[in-house]
Ligand binder design. Sequence first.
Ligand SMILES: Cc1cc2nc3c(=O)[nH]c(=O)nc-3n(C[C@H](O)[C@H](O)[C@H](O)COP(=O)(O)OP(=O)(O)OC[C@H]3O[C@@H](n4cnc5c(N)ncnc54)[C@H](O)[C@@H]3O)c2cc1C
Length: 494
Amino acid sequence: MSIRTGADYIQAIKSRKPEVWLGGRRITNLSEEPIFKQPIEELAKLYDMQYDPKYQDRITHVCEETGERVNNAFLIPRNGGDLKARRELFEIWAKATFGLMGRTPDFLATVVTAMASNDWFFREYGDQWGDNIVNYYKYIRDNDLFLTHAIINPQNDRSKASNDQVDMYTHLGVVRETDEGLIVRGSKMLATLAPLTDEVIIYSYPSFKPGDEKYAISFALPIDTPGLRILCREATQDGTRSTWDHPLASRFEEMDAVLVFNDVLVPWNRVFINQNVEAGNLLYPKTGINLQPSHQSAIRGLVKISFVTEVACSIADSIGVDGFLNVQNQLTELLQGVETIRALVRVSEYEYDTTPYGEAIPAIVPLETVRGILPKLYPRAIEILQIIGAGGLLMSPTGADFTNPELTEDMNKYYGGREGVPADDRVRLFKLAWDLCGEAFGQRLVQYERYYSGDPVRKMAMFYNTHKRKNPTYPMVEEALKESLEMSKIKVMN
Ligand SMILES: Cc1cc2nc3c(=O)[nH]c(=O)nc-3n(C[C@H](O)[C@H](O)[C@H](O)COP(=O)(O)OP(=O)(O)OC[C@H]3O[C@@H](n4cnc5c(N)ncnc54)[C@H](O)[C@@H]3O)c2cc1C
């Protein structure tokens, strides 16, 4: 098979029966469930873009191995041109959702491609694990599948190891091995978009201690595997609110879920790491599998913060406050934030590295810098939107008010913006802003930027420690001290 259309994706959703729970109900018809209906349509549009002549050559390529057309996320980059081809995909798909959907199918396709291009790592622990990851990559590439992932454990007691939780299988672990594969039990937290995907892949951040063997696993399964339960968080919208009143929340709800495995069979050919603390801990540092997906995330983040900046500028312009010095300063703060991220992304592509295995990887330092500053820039952008929009953000009427002729005069008189900005344009703009900065939908988007790839506090500390390891001395300081010492000696002698 080759690239899928939107209809193919929707058909796949209809053909599966994953165990999805939402608001105390088991959801049996995902594609008709109001909360999921529009997000499914939005994801389907991305797949359709693969057949749109305007985008096809920019987001897909013909696979050398199969001669079939595949998504650029499955391209193993060998040079700067390949990275550019990927950037085009990441950017075009991110723009299609204004950067508001973080886990579009390109994200995990990129992760699995990075794993397969580092199959040498899995082979260090047995050829079968290396074969499995390569075969899995080919399977999802050639069927154009959509994955979610779950890395962290449920947030019960972070002060205790997996072994020490009240129940030994609170955190996902292996119960036993059988001829067919592993039997796993327990939970993994936070699989974004899980109900709407084809497959789930499990792996972990490096955190295992000796004795944690049963938890040090990596594998992938179809999302409707028997025994796999998907517990959705409360929705940020009920699926019935109009696109007029909630132009973003009604379209881009990206459901997150806790995954519970009730003695689930993982066939041997789907296992990538088997109860190996060393492999579990070295997966990230040895393979750099986070680097290629960080490229996707940084570009997606750039689109999102650019969007919020445009909304803030439009709001300020629409009510005539963008001539004030304080507002101009706040908008400039946003514009310069966008430029900072844009520059870092470009540097990461320009200063790319090639691994001994021939994989071109964007430069890590600028990408990790994006990871460090975006969790601060984004909440600040939302704050600026709230400050500039002020009371107007709360005082919007509904689309229904605009359709009642009795209210037309009031609507036009009291809700219009500066000269030339009609009432319904201004109100719709403010509603767009409120979805981003007021609604539960927007609050989730803030939380996403803070945490989507780990705790920013620990990520920043890791950045410093890595920096220090690579730069153990301070040559400029030494040089300055040496020169000044020499100069002081000359002065004394004189
Ligand atoms: C909207 C959203 C979507 C996400 N999507 C996904 C997804 O699709 N797949 C996925 O796998 N993950 C996803 N994540 C989860 C993400 O990986 C985690 O949120 C992140 O790793 C932080 O873990 P936590 O939320 O359990 O916080 P915790 O680790 O429990 O941290 C809670 C607080 O305690 C502090 N803290 C905890 N432990 C330490 C420590 N050892 N040292 C110092 N401080 C500490 C933290 O700084 C933080 O303030 C998503 C998160 C969000 C918010």
